[in-house]
Design a protein around this ligand. Structure first.
Ligand code: ADP
Ligand code: MG
Length: 712
C-alpha cells in the first residue's frame, strides 16, 4: 500500500525507456508502478561474478561464473516425443563443459549461440557420468560492445521475479531508472547526520544497492550490511521515527483532563483487593498516576507477559477515572474477552464501592438493537461511565459525554490505534495500551508508535512455573491417565487444535473429532467444543460454564488464544503443536498457571518431528520445554521465523519498510530514533532553514503513514 501511495506523485514506469505496457503490467503485479518504486525494489540477494573460474576448477554443487568459446550446438530429441534438449558445448584452455536448456526457442537460441563466439555464463554446476554441465545458465554472448556488462564481471543483483520477468530485464530497466533519476535526486538528510554516521549519499546508496561497486565487500553486501543498504535503512527508520516524534510532540502539547490523584490512592487500592500487588503492578500504576495528573495526555504502553496481571492495572486506572467523574472506554480484541473484562471490572470495582459496578456497560455486536441504543444513550448522557466492547463496536459511532480514559487491550496485535470519535475536540483522552508481546524495548517503542512504556516482568506471588512436555501420539494413553487424576482433583483442561485459515472446515473436523473422542474417554466429565464460527452468545455461554467449572474439558480451535482467564484450569494440551509459532504457543500456554496450582502444558507433535531429519522443528519446540520467559521465547522466534511471526501481518503497511527490517536492523533503529527525536526536540515544527529539505521530503513521502493515525 505504501508503495502505491508513494508513486502517485512520481513518474509512471511506462515513460521509462524499455518498458512497454506488457512489462509495466508485470511490474505492477509486484506493486512497482513508478520509477521511484523501481529504485526502491530491493534485490533479494547478490551473486559475485567479478572473478571467472576456469572449467577445470568448477566445483559441482556451487553457483559459479565462467567464460569460454562455443564449440558446438545441437538439439537432442528425448525419448518422450515432445521433449528436446538444447546442448551447447563450451571450451576454455583447461577443459570443456556443456550448457543445457529444456525450455528454449530453437531459432533465436541457435542464432545467438554461434560456434566460435565467446560466452560468459553462470549457474549451478552439476555432474552426470563424470561430465560437468549447467542447466539453464544465465549467459551473455561477448562482443565488442558489451564491455560494461550489467550481468557479468561484477557483483550482480538478484531480484525476486514473477513469471515473465527475467533478471536480465529487471537489471536493464533498473539501470535505466537509475540513469534518468539519480542526477535529479536531492539528499534530504542534514550533512551533520551523514557525517556523524558516515552515511553515503542517497544517490550513491541507490547505485550501490542495485549495482555494488567492484571494490565492495561481497560478504557484507550479501548479508545486507553493505554501505548502500545501511544508508537506505537509516532513511527508512529516520523518517518513520521523525513522524512518531512529531506526533508525540503534538500530543504532549495538547490538553487532557488533569486528574486529581490523592497520595493514598495506591494504598487504598492495594488494601481493598484480595491479593498483594506485584512490585511491577505498583510501579505501572504509579507511572499511570503521574501521567494522568500532568494535564497532558497519557500515552502509555503496558507491556507484560501473559498472566502478569495487566487487567488489575487497568482497573486501577479506571477507578481513578471514576473518582474524577470522567468516562472510560475499554477495547478488547474479541467478544469473549470483552465479556470477561466486563465481569472482572464489575466485580473488582464493587470491592471499592458497590455502586460503581452499576456504571459499567458491555456493548457487543450481538446485543439486540434496542439494548445497543439504550447503552449508547446512557453513555451519551453520562449515566453510564465505563464502556467495554470490541474495537470494532466502540469505534462505530458511540458518542461519549466525557471520555477521559481509553484502555486498549490488544494482547499481541500491533498497529495503529484508532482513536475514538470525540464530541469535544479540544482535549485528548488519556490512553493506555496493554500488550503481552514480549519484544525488545526499541522495537516496542517503534511498533507502538508514540507511546511511553511500562514493563511488567514479574508474575504474581505464589505462581509455579508451568511444566511443559513434548509428546507424540503413542504417549497419549499416559497423558489421559494424568488428565484423569487432575479432573478428579477438580481441575480443568484446555485442549487446543490449530486453525489454519485456508481450511477452517478441515480443522474444525479435527477439533470436533477430538472432542468426541475425549467425551468417550472421560465419560464422567463434561467435554465441550468451542470454535470461531459459533455465535457470540453461544461462545460466551460456554466460556461462562467453563469459568464456573460446569465444563471440565474445553476443546477448542485457537479462539482461546488471547486473554482468557480461568485460574482453575491447570492443563493445556496443544494438538499439532508443530503447526504453531512459538509466540503463539506461549500465548496458549499462558492460559494455565494463573493461580498457585501447579500447571502443565503438553505439546503433541507429529511423530515425524521426532525423526532425525527434522531436528530443526524439534529444536524449535524444545524451546518451550526449556523456558517460560516470554522474552526468551520471542528472541528464539525472531531467530527462527523472523519478524513476521512476532509482529503479525495485520499492520496494513504501517510497519512495512522499503529496506529496513525491524529485527535485523535494530541497532540502526536505535540511532535513527535518537537522532529523529533530538531533531524534533530542537525544531518541533521543522522550520529551521537547514531542515527545509528534510521537511519537504517527509511531507511528500512519509506523512501519509501518519495521517491515518489521527483516526478522525
Ligand atoms: P494478563 O496480564 O495476561 O492480562 P490477567 O490480568 O488476566 O493477566 O491476570 C491473570 C490472573 O492473575 C487473573 O486471574 C488475576 O486476577 C490474577 N492476578 C492479577 N494480579 C495478581 C496479583 N498481584 N496476585 C495474584 N493474582 C493476581
Ligand atoms: Mg489480559
Amino acid at each position: 500500500m505504501s508503495v502505491m501511495l508513494l508513486s502517485t506523485s512520481t513518474k509512471n514506469l511506462q515513460y521509462l525507456q524499455g518498458v512497454g505496457p506488457q512489462l509495466a503490467r508485470l511490474f505492477e503485479a509486484k506493486n512497482i508502478i513508478s520509477i521511484e518504486d523501481l529504485l526502491n525494489f530491493s534485490p533479494r540477494t547478490y551473486e559475485d561474478r567479478r572473478n571467472l573460474t576456469t572449467f577445470k576448477e568448477l566445483e559441482v554443487g556451487m553457483r559459479q561464473t565462467s567464460k569460454g568459446i562455443i564449440s558446438s550446438v545441437r538439439i537432442i530429441p528425448l525419448r518422450k516425443r515432445s521433449l528436446k534438449i538444447l546442448e551447447c558445448l563450451v571450451t576454455d584452455e583447461s577443459s570443456s563443459i556443456s550448457l543445457k536448456w529444456f525450455h528454449f526457442k530453437p531459432d533465436s537460441m541457435k542464432k545467438m549461440l554461434t560456434p566460435g563466439r565467446a560466452i560468459v555464463f553462470s549457474g549451478e554446476v552439476q555432474e552426470y557420468r563424470n561430465r560437468k554441465h549447467i542447466v539453464h545458465p544465465d549467459f551473455e554472448i561477448e562482443d565488442a560492445t558489451n564491455h560494461n556488462s550489467l550481468h557479468f564481471g561484477r557483483i550482480i543483483p538478484i531480484y525476486s521475479i514473477t513469471e515473465g520477468l527475467y533478471q536480465k530485464t529487471i537489471r536493464k530497466i533498473i539501470k535505466n531508472a537509475l540513469n534518468v533519476s539519480l542526477s535529479k535526486l536531492e539528499d534530504p538528510l542534514p550533512q551533520s547526520i551523514l557525517q556523524k554516521y558516515k552515511l553515503i549519499s542517497l544517490k550513491d546508496a541507490y547505485q550501490e544497492i542495485h549495482f555494488p561497486h567492484s571494490s565492495s565487500d561481497f560478504e557484507k553486501t550479501i548479508l545486507g550490511y553493505g554501505e548502500g543498504r545501511r544508508r537506505l535503512v537509516f532513511d527508512d527508520f529516520f523518517f518513520f521515527e521523525l513522524g512518531l516524534a512529531l506526533r508525540k510532540f503534538k500530543i504532549k502539547n495538547s490538553k487532557a483532563v488533569k486528574l486529581k490523584v490523592t497520595h493514598s490512592f495506591l494504598d487504598a487500592f492495594s488494601k481493598d483487593i484480595p491479593f498483594e500487588l506485584t512490585t511491577c503492578q505498583k510501579k505501572a500504576i504509579v507511572d499511570i498516576l503521574d501521567d494522568v495528573s500532568s494535564g497532558k495526555p497519557m500515552n502509555r504502553l503496558l507491556q507484560g507477559d501473559v498472566g502478569s496481571g495487566k487487567t488489575l492495572v487497568a482497573i486501577a486506572a479506571t477507578l481513578l477515572a471514576l473518582h474524577n467523574n470522567i468516562q472510560t472506554a475499554i477495547m478488547a480484541p474479541t467478544e469473549i474477552l470483552a465479556e470477561q473484562h466486563f465481569k472482572s471490572f464489575q466485580s473488582f470495582l464493587s470491592l471499592f464501592d458497590k455502586k460503581l459496578s452499576l456504571s459499567v456497560r458491555l456493548l457487543t455486536s450481538s446485543l439486540p438493537q434496542t439494548e445497543k441504543t439504550l447503552i449508547k444513550k446512557e453513555i451519551q448522557q453520562n449515566i453510564a461511565t465505563v464502556l467495554i466492547g470490541t474495537h470494532a463496536v466502540l469505534c462505530e459511532n458511540v458518542q461519549f459525554s466525557k471520555l477521559g480514559l481509553m484502555i486498549i487491550d490488544e494482547q499481541h496485535r500491533f498497529g495503529v490505534h484508532q482513536r475514538l470519535v470525540l464530541k469535544e475536540k479540544s482535549y485528548i483522552p488519556h490512553t493506555l495500551v496493554m500488550t503481552a508481546t514480549p519484544i525488545p524495548r526499541t522495537l516496542a517503542l517503534t511498533a507502538y508508535g508514540e507511546l511511553d512504556v511500562s514493563v511488567m516482568k514479574e508474575m504474581p506471588k505464589g505462581r509455579k512455573a508451568i511444566k511443559t512436555k513434548l509428546l507424540h501420539e503413542e504417549q497419549k494413553p499416559k497423558l489421559y491417565q494424568f488428565i484423569l487424576k487432575q479432573l478428579e482433583a477438580k481441575r480443568q483442561i484446555y485442549c487446543v487444535y490449530p486453525l489454519i485459515e485456508e481450511s477452517e472446515t478441515l480443522d474444525l473436523k479435527d477439533a470436533t473429532q477430538g472432542a468426541e473422542k475425549l467425551n468417550k474417554i472421560f465419560q464422567r466429565f463434561k467435554v465441550t467444543l468451542l470454535h470461531g464460527k459459533m455465535k457470540a452468545e453461544e461462545k460466551n455461554a460456554i466460556m461462562q460454564d467453563f469459568k464456573n467449572n460446569k465444563i471440565h474439558i474445553l476443546v477448542s480451535t485457537t479462539v482461546v488464544e488471547v486473554g482468557v482467564d480461568v485460574p482453575n484450569a491447570t492443563i493445556m494440551v496443544i494438538e499439532h503443536a508443530e503447526r504453531f509459532g512459538l509466540s503463539q504457543l506461549h500465548q496458549l500456554r499462558g492460559r494455565v498457571g494463573r493461580s498457585d496450582l501447579q500447571s502443565y502444558c503438553f505439546l503433541l507433535v507429529d511423530k515425524k518431528v521426532f525423526v532425525k531429519d527434522s531436528w530443526a522443528a524439534l529444536e524449535r519446540l524444545k524451546t518451550m520445554e526449556k523456558t517460560i520467559d516470554g522474552f526468551e521465547i520471542a528472541q528464539a522466534d525472531l531467530r527462527i521465523r523472523g519478524e513476521g511471526e512476532i509482529l503479525g501481518t495485520k499492520q496494513a503497511g504501517f510497519l512495512n519498510f522499503r529496506f529496513a527490517s525491524l529485527v535485523k536492523d535494530q541497532r540502526v533503529l536505535g540511532v535513527a530514533r535518537k537522532e529523529a527525536f533530538q531533531l524534533v526536540l530542537k525544531d518541533p515544527t521543522l522550520s529551521h532553514p537547514e531542515n527545509k529539505k528534510l521537511k519537504e521530503h517527509f511531507e511528500k513521502k512519509w506523512s501519509h503513514k501518519f495521517s491515518m493515525m489521527e483516526g478522525n
